[in-house]
Design a protein around this ligand. Structure first.
Ligand code: ATP
Length: 599
C-alpha cells in the first residue's frame, strides 16, 4: 500500500537544505518577492517592560521560508531554537496561504500535534483533522473508517497544503500512518503524501511525543525522509536579546553544559528583582511539570485570599459538533481526543456525548469554570491589540458590571444603551481601595463591544433566561503593568473561543472571560509563550526537553529564577542530538544563503 519514493534516500537527503538560496535569486525577482512577501505581523510580546506597540517585519530567513511555502509550493520543515520566531512565521504563512486560496478554504489545513498548540493557531489536532484513531496501526481499518466519514474523506481529498505545528510532540508512527492514508486516498498522484504539500514546524529539542517507552520522533519515520523536501533552520533568536543568555540556553538545549554555564544557572536561585513599583504584588509565574501541581499551587493561593469567590461558567455551544449517533464510533473517538498528551480514548461506547463535546474544547485555554477573587494573579489568554496580548500577567482589583463602569463616562451611557457582556473596557481608573473613580479617556474597545451586542442578540435566541442572567453579570477588573512602569485597569468581559473544522465550519464555541490563574502554569502550557518573570523548580522536572522549554520562556535572565538546578535534569534526547548532527553535515555540504545554516 505504501508508495515508495522514486528517489533513493541519499538523494532525498541531499535535497534538504538549511536557509536555502535567497542570495541566488535574481535581483528583480528578489525585490518582487520581498515586496510581496514582507508581511508585518503583530508582535507577540509580553506585558512587561519590553512591551512594544510595533509590528514585526519578517527577517530574510523567515521571508525565505514564506516564499518557499507560498510561491514555490515546497514541502518544508522549519525549525530553530526557542524564540526564533517559528510561531510568528507560521502565522504569516497561514495568513498568506488563506489569502492565496481564499476561494477554496478547504485547500489549507491548519493542524498541530496537541489541542493546546492547535488552538494557538486556530486549527485542529492532526488526528482530529485526519479522523485517525491514535495508537492504531491498522491502516486498512483506519481508511475504511475515514471512507465512511464523509467530511473527513472530503478533507483528505481536497486539501492541498497541510500545516503541522509543534511536530516534536507528534508520534512518528502517526506521521507514517498519515502518509499512508494520504497515498491511499489520493491515488491520482504518485507523489509522496498523496501529493499534499507539507508545512511542518517545531523544535525536536523541546517536548517529545508522550510515550511510556522511548519516544519515536516524526523525523525517524520513513515518511519523513520521503515527504520533507527542505529543512530550514531559523537562527536568529528574537525572544532574548542578550547573546550570552542565548548561548547558555543553547547549551541547555543540547544538554551539554560547561562548568561555567552550570555555575551561572545555579546562581539564578536568587530571588527576582521586585516587579514594577506600580504593581508590587505580581509574583513570578511558577512553571510545573504536571497539571496537578499547577492546580494545587493556584488553588492554595486563591483560597488564601480573604475575598469573595466569583465563579465564571463558560457558555458552550456546539452548532455542528459530531454526534455519536451520526458518525462512526472510531471517528468520534478520534474527534474527542483533541490532546495527544491525553491517554488514548476509552471505547467510544463508554464515552458520553458530553465528554466528546468537552473534548472538542479541551485545547482551548479559556477554562470551563474560572474561579477568581479580588487579588488573584491572572494571565490574559487572548490577544487584544499589540499592547495587551496573550501572556500578559496582571492582578484582579475588583468585579464590576459593564454599566457600573460606563456610568462614569457620561449621563447618556448611564441611562440607556444595551448591557454588554463581551469585550474590554480599557483605561478604567481605580483608587487604592479599588473603588471606581472614573474612566481616564473613556476609551472603550468599541469593536469588541459592538461585537458583544451581536453576541447578545445571537445568544438570546431561545435563551431568554441566560440573556437576563448575563445582564447582571459582573466582570473582573484587572490591572496590567504598562511599558512605562505604570498600570492600566481593564474590565475583562467574555470573549469567544471557536473550534472549527478545516472548512471553517464552527464545531464548538466557548464564551468565557479570557483569563486563567497565573501564580502557576504547566511547562506544557507554557511551550510557545513568552512570559516576563518565571520561577522554575528543576527538582520536579522529569522529561527531556522540559528544562529547556521552561527556562527559555523569559526574555532575560533578570526574569528567571531557577531552584534546585541540577545538570542531570538538563537532558536532550540522544536521538535528537544525533539527528541534528546529520542535518549539520548536510547543511555543511549545502550552500547556506545566510551562512548560518547549521543546527
Ligand atoms: N522577525 C521578527 N521581528 C521581531 N520580533 C520577532 C520576529 N520574529 C519573532 N519575533 C518575536 O520573538 C518572540 C518569539 O517568537 P515566537 O514565539 O514566534 O518563537 P518560537 O520560535 O515559536 O518560540 P518557541 O519555540 O519557544 O515557541 C515573540 O515575541 C515574537 O513576536
Amino acid at each position: 500500500m505504501e508508495k515508495q519514493s522514486p528517489k533513493p534516500a541519499a538523494m532525498d537527503l541531499k535535497k534538504r537544505k538549511f536557509g536555502d538560496d535567497l542570495d541566488t535569486l535574481k535581483p528583480a525577482k528578489q525585490s518582487k518577492i520581498q515586496t510581496f512577501f514582507a508581511p508585518r505581523v503583530p508582535l507577540n510580546t509580553t506585558c512587561g517592560t519590553d512591551r512594544t506597540t510595533s509590528v514585526a517585519k519578517l527577517s530574510d530567513e523567515q521571508n525565505r521560508v514564506l516564499q518557499m511555502v507560498v510561491e514555490e509550493e515546497k514541502s518544508v520543515f522549519f525549525t530553530g531554537s526557542a524564540g526564533t520566531g517559528k510561531s510568528l512565521l507560521l502565522r504569516a504563512i497561514i495568513s498568506r496561504l488563506r489569502k492565496k486560496h481564499s476561494k477554496r478554504p478547504d485547500f489549507v489545513a491548519v493542524t498541530a500535534s496537541t489541542g493546546m498548540a492547535s488552538s494557538n493557531i486556530g486549527g485542529m489536532t492532526m488526528h482530529s483533522w485526519g479522523a485517525v484513531t491514535p495508537g492504531s496501526n491498522d491502516i486498512d481499518n483506519q481508511i475504511k473508517c475515514i471512507r465512511t466519514c464523509k467530511p473527513a474523506l472530503q478533507r483528505w481529498k481536497s486539501v492541498k497544503v497541510l500545516i503541522i505545528d509543534e511536530v516534536s510532540m507528534l508520534d512518528g508512527h502517526l506521521f507514517d500512518i498519515l502518509a499512508k492514508i494520504a497515498d491511499c486516498l489520493r491515488k491520482k498522484t504518485n507523489k509522496p503524501f498523496g501529493g499534499i504539500q507539507l508545512v511542518v514546524t517545531g523544535d525536536f529539542f523541546q517536548l517529545p511525543p508522550v510515550s511510556k517507552t522511548d519516544p519515536f520522533f516524526a523525523f525517524e519515520s520513513g515518511a519523513w525522509q520521503r515527504c520533507i523536501e527542505h529543512t530550514v533552520n531559523l537562527t536568529k533568536v528574537y525572544r532574548q536579546k542578550d547573546d550570552h543568555f542565548v548561548a547558555l540556553l543553547n547549551q541547555l538545549r543540547h544538554g551539554t553544559l560547561s562548568p561555567e554555564a552550570c555555575r551561572i544557572f545555579k546562581s539564578l536561585s536568587r530571588p527576582l528583582l521586585p516587579p514594577p513599583p506600580s504593581m508590587p504584588n505580581i509574583t513570578p509565574t511558577e512553571l510545573f511539570p504536571t497539571r496537578r501541581e499547577v492546580s494545587n499551587s493556584n488553588m492554595t493561593r486563591l483560597k488564601a485570599l480573604p475575598h469573595a469567590l466569583h465563579i465564571f461558567h463558560s457558555h458552550d455551544t456546539f452548532p455542528n459538533a459530531p454526534d455519536s449517533s451520526t458518525i462512526p464510533k472510531r471517528h468520534s473517538a478520534a474527534m474527542s481526543n483533541t490532546d495527544m498528551n491525553e491517554p488514548p480514548p476509552k471505547p467510544t461506547s463508554l464515552v458520553s456525548r458530553n465528554n466528546k463535546r468537552d473534548g472538542l474544547l479541551s485545547g482551548i485555554l479559556a477554562e470551563k469554570e474560572l474561579q477568581l477573587k479580588k487579588g488573584a494573579q491572572v494571565m490574559l489568554v487572548k490577544n487584544v491589540d499589540e499592547m495587551l496580548v496573550n501572556g500578559c500577567v496582571g492582578r484582579v482589583v475588583g468585579f464590576y458590571g459593564y454599566h457600573e463602569v460606563m456610568a462614569l463616562q457620561g449621563e447618556s451611557e448611564k441611562r440607556a444603551g444595551p448591557t454588554k457582556t463581551t469585550g474590554f473596557v480599557r483605561n478604567v481608573t481605580v483608587e487604592a481601595d479599588s473603588a471606581l473613580t472614573g474612566i481616564k479617556d473613556g476609551s472603550v474597545n468599541k469593536e469588541n463591544v459592538d461585537e458583544a451586542v451581536g453576541e447578545m442578540k445571537d445568544s438570546k435566541k431561545g435563551q431568554k433566561s441566560l440573556g437576563s442572567q448575563r445582564a447582571e453579570e459582573r466582570f473582573p477588573l484587572v490591572e496590567f503593568p504598562t511599558p512605562e512602569g505604570g498600570k492600566e485597569a481593564v474590565l475583562v468581559m467574555r470573549e469567544e473561543f471557536r473550534v472549527e473544522d478545516s472548512e471553517g465550519r464552527l464545531l464548538a464555541r466557548r464564551m468565557q472571560v479570557p483569563l486563567i490563574l497565573a501564580w502557576a502554569m504547566s511547562i506544557h502550557k507554557s511551550q510557545g509563550q513568552t512570559i516576563q518573570r518565571v520561577k522554575v523548580d528543576l527538582g520536579k522536572v522529569f522529561e527531556k526537553g522540559q528544562s529547556y522549554v521552561a527556562l527559555s520562556r523569559v526574555a532575560s535572565m533578570d526574569g528567571l529564577q531557577v531552584l534546585r538546578f541540577d545538570p542531570k535534569k538538563v537532558m536532550a534526547h540522544l536521538k535528537v542530538i544525533e539527528w541534528s548532527k546529520t542535518l549539520e553535515s548536510v547543511g555543511a555540504n549545502e550552500k547556506s544563503p545566510t551562512g548560518k545554516g547549521s543546527l
